[in-house]
Design a protein around this ligand. Structure first.
Ligand code: ADP
Ligand code: MG
Length: 377
């Protein structure tokens, strides 16, 4: 089921002395294609839950519309939207068994939708099998681990065969290892069922690893809607570039001058032939993997220490134009020549260098190339 948000806005009235109105969701327009998993990603308070609750029908939008396929669902109550919902706290009924918990939504079916006992049993077993808990049906929630409880909650949301599955930070209460395993499970279940799924998270790594589509938001404003790879490779602005990627992108003060990009008084890349760019100061973002360790390379830095992790080496260095105390580059272990300190030089990979307007953080799109005099790569 395709989900379309059309100029969706939610305002909350202000509280307290100054009564400043909160625009939790400001004019969101985007489409989640049928059968895909989309992550709503952004820091706490950016409007993720508000968006999800409007898709679900728990919150009415201030303006704008929501479509499931061709169907305008904006005014429909949650139970008529065909959505399954999973929250951070699994909210299972403690006095019921796993089977009873999963069956519960089916008990509310009335009239022609009412299922026989046998049909319910079958549905519950199917949902339990999908999340691999069919052996636990007789247990009470207190006899389950956090990960198992969350699977029960997912089974309960699937038992009504929803057309849309909505998950609000479903992994936050799990420990790190379970979180990894459960997110793989959610991806598997989504791919098996092909249910259009919206997954809320503030964890970029989580969003990158399981989504078809990432919706990046900040303070109620949409920043970018793209595939994980595209959001990483082609960020719309500095916020997106800094929010995605571990280790994070490194930021520098730079300058466009004489057809070159300068960092700390050195030309490091040149502007490609035929590109016209305004000269002046720019913020420069360089991904950790954008540095090439090279004697005589364009960028001169002072090494702090290497961190050797096996497959790669992180060379931690200082540069006076960096916006952070130290900069982290990642180079492959084969290119590592065992220096331990002093001056190190890097060339830069143009595709890993991004320019932003100082102040607004808007992307400045300029094609950059290695300096002519650089060693061939
Ligand atoms: P997220 O899920 O991304 O952490 P939310 O959608 O919960 O963010 O909240 C977005 C903004 O809306 C926040 O500033 C929050 O304080 C505000 N907000 C959320 N719900 C309400 C409410 N019921 N009344 C007033 N403000 C709210
Ligand atoms: Mg939230």
């Amino acid at each position: 089921m395709e989900i379309v948000l059309d100029h969706l806005t939610k305002k909350f009235p202000g509280r307290g002395k100054n009564r400043q109105e909160v625009i939790a969701v400001n004019d969101f327009t985007f489409t989640i294609p049928d059968g895909k998993l989309a992550a709503l990603l952004g820091p706490s308070g950016c409007g993720k839950s508000t968006t999800l609750n409007m898709i679900c029908g728990l919150l009415a939008p201030t303006s704008g519309e929501i479509f499931f396929g061709d169907n305008n669902v904006t005014a429909l109550p949650p139970e008529e939207r065909g959505v399954g919902m999973v929250f951070q706290n699994y909210a299972l009924y403690p006095h019921m068994t796993v089977e009873q918990n999963i069956r519960f939504p089916l008990e509310n079916f009335r009239g022609k939708d009412r299922l026989s006992k046998e049909a319910m049993k079958e549905r519950v077993l199917e949902a339990a099998k999908l999340v691999h808990i069919e052996e636990l049906l007789e247990r009470k929630p207190s006899e389950l681990s956090g990960g198992q409880q969350q699977r029960v909650a997912i089974a309960r949301s699937l038992v009504k065969l929803p057309k849309v599955l909505l998950l609000d930070e479903p992994l936050s209460n799990l420990d790190a290892r379970l979180r990894l395993a459960t997110r793989e499970e959610i991806r598997r279940i989504q791919q098996e069922t092909r249910i259009t799924t919206v997954f809320v998270t503030h964890d970029q790594d989580e969003a990158m690893s399981i989504s078809d589509l990432i919706v990046v938001m900040k303070e109620g404003v949409l920043q970018q809607v793209d595939s994980p790879q595209k959001v990483y490779d082609d960020p719309a602005n500095q916020f997106v570039a800094q929010f995605l990627g571990t280790p994070p992108i490194n930021m520098f003060d730079g300058e466009l001058k004489d057809g070159q990009l300068w960092i700390a008084g050195e030309p490091v890349l040149r502007v490609a032939e035929g590109e016209s760019v305004p000269e002046g100061p720019v913020s420069v973002g360089i991904r950790p993997e954008g540095f090439i360790l090279l004697e005589g390379g364009a960028m001169h830095t002072e090494m702090v220490r290497p961190e050797i992790t096996g497959r790669d080496v992180s060379v931690i260095f200082r540069n006076k134009a960096a916006k952070t105390d130290v900069v982290r580059s990642i180079i492959s272990a084969e290119d590592w020549n065992h220096i331990s300190g002093g001056e190190v030089h890097f060339d830069l990979k143009p595709a890993k260098v991004y320019l932003f307007a100082p102040g607004t953080g808007e992307r400045i799109r300029v094609k950059l190339e290695p300096l002519a005099q650089s060693a061939p790569q």
